[in-house]
Each structure stands twice: as C-alpha cells, then as structure tokens.
Design a protein around this ligand. Structure first.
Ligand SMILES: [Ca+2]
Ligand SMILES: [Ca+2]
Length: 293
C-alpha cells in the first residue's frame, strides 16, 4: 500500500492521520474556504466517490449516497423549535438518527421567520456563520457534540455506511472540530479534524467569520455504524471569540454519507459518548490510500 497526498494549489496541507491498524479507511477529504464555491470541488469529489444521490425513501439501495442539507425542514421543526432526533428516519427517511449529551438538536430559522443562523441564541451568530446550502444550518443545543446513528432508512434496523462527511461553518481553531467514526461494536475506526482557515492560511486573520470547512472519510466497505461530531469547543451561547477567550463556536451544514446497509447479526452499537479520539489537522487536503490489485 502506498500513501499518496493530494494538495490543492495555493493551499497549505498539514495532516496527521491516526488509524487503527486494521481499518479499511479508503480516503480522507478536507477543505476550507470563505464561500461555498471554494469548497464545492472537494465536496463534490467526496459525493462522487460515494455514488449517486438516492431519494428520501424507506429501505436501502444497493449503492449510492444520502444527503441532509436541513433546508427542507418545515418551520414547525426549526428554530425556535427543536428538531425531532429521528426526523431523518421517520418524517424524511434517510437512515440518520441524532443523539447529543446536550438537551436537543435544532435547525436554524429561515429569513422572515426568525433570526437566521441561530441568531435567536446569540444575535452575533448570524454574522459568524454561513451556509453551504441555503438557508438552514444544524446544531446541538447544550453541548458541542452530536452523534449520528445509522439505520436502514425508515426502520429501526441498525445499518452501516461506507463514508460520512459534514460541512462546518466558522471553524477558527485547528485540532478542535472533528468527526470520529465507529464500527458497530463501538471501536474507533478513524478521527479527522475539520480544517480551520483563520491564522493558518497566509493573510487570513485567526478570527475569520463565515468560513466553511469540510471533512469526509470513505471506507472500503460499509463498516461505520455511528459518527460523533465535535463542533468547536463550546455549546452555543457565548460569543465566538477564538483569539481572546479561546471560545470557538461552530455549527454544521450538509451531511453526506454512504447508503445505509443493513448490519449483519451483530450486537447493538454502544452509545460510546465517553470514548475519546485522537486525530490530526489540515487545510484543504485530500489524502488517499492507493489501492493495489
Ligand atoms: Ca443548509
Ligand atoms: Ca468559530
């Protein structure tokens, strides 16, 4: 096996990848930019690697991917209201159920409904965050951690995916915002940090609002039962202030993941929120493990 690193022109690549020795990780995709167009090429590369977009219907397709962009959530399930944690397995079957050690999960309000981009929680947030897909964003409330457990869409059968990625907005600090990937027994498969733009890219200040970051990992087979997403280093509430107080507030936009496939007769996944993970950091990086045949 040969490890090959692909770096976009005019970007900086800093990466560490810590993996279990037996992982079947195939590729890591990360990028960061100041607008949606700047990260879209890597996001699309990740999408294409997973396969075509499947419709939001129950059951599993043989291949392809699912996506959640939050934008079609009705106002009644958006800020200031909470999102039912199983909305994307029941109301719109996509096989994703959320869990947080906080109090709830929430999507942001649309224009003319309420302050956008979680301005209900702190009025400064509307100018801190940006969307990859307009208009809604996603966050946990009362915690900066949210888990995604996968199911055969529309059912309570645990499922496995062969990749998961998420878009984040306003990642200011490196080594903070990350995705941990677990198999159905709760074993950590991979841990990857979302790149920060501030203070790393030359000429970009350390506190740069409305940036967009992406991190996604693909595997050689459907082995991921759960991901744990850590957003910045604080629940929503305080001002985003990465320089003075070190508070980095981060929320999420699009989730992109492989088609959930039914898990074989194996034990239920553990909640595993106490597991800690290690990882690396990077800016605009595409790291691939070359396959040998
Ligand atoms: Ca969106
Ligand atoms: Ca931030």
């Amino acid at each position: 096996m040969t490890l090959i690193k692909f770096v976009q022109p005019a970007t900086v690549a800093l990466a560490t990848l810590l993996l279990a020795p037996t992982t079947t990780l195939a590729a890591v995709f990360t990028t960061v930019g100041l607008n949606a167009g700047s990260i879209k090429p890597i996001v699309d590369d990740f999408r294409n690697t997973l396969g075509s977009l499947n419709p939001n219907v129950p059951g599993s397709f043989a291949d392809g991917r699912r996506e959640i962009n939050w934008d079609g959530v009705p106002d009644g399930f958006a800020d200031p209201n909470n999102l039912p944690p199983d909305f994307f397995n029941v109301n719109s079957p996509r096989g994703a159920v959320f869990k947080t050690p906080g109090t709830s999960v929430k999507v942001s309000a649309n224009v003319n409904v309420g302050p956008i981009e979680f301005g209900t929680i702190n009025p400064t947030y509307s100018s801190d965050f940006a969307t990859f897909s307009a208009q809604r964003l996603f966050t946990a409330i009362g915690s900066n951690i949210v888990e995604v457990n996968f199911f055969v869409p529309g059912s309570n059968m645990p499922a496995l995916v062969d990749g998961f990625g998420a878009v984040f907005t306003d990642v200011d600090l490196p080594d903070t915002t990350k995705i941990d990937y677990f198999d159905i027994k709760g074993k950590l498969l991979a841990s990857e940090f979302a790149p920060a733009i501030g203070g790393i890219v030359p000429g970009v200040p350390a506190d740069t609002s409305e940036s967009l970051s992406f991190v996604g990992v693909t595997f050689n087979s459907a082995i991921v039962a759960r991901v744990r997403i850590t957003n910045g280093n604080s629940p929503l509430g305080p001002n985003d202030d990465p320089i003075v107080s070190g508070t980095d507030i981060v929320v999420m936009d699009d989730f992109i993941y492989g088609e959930p496939q039914v898990a074989a007769a194996v034990p239920e996944p553990s909640s595993g929120l106490g597991l800690l993970a290690l990882g690396g950091f990077g800016v605009s990086r595409l790291l691939k493990r070359k396959k040998t045949f």
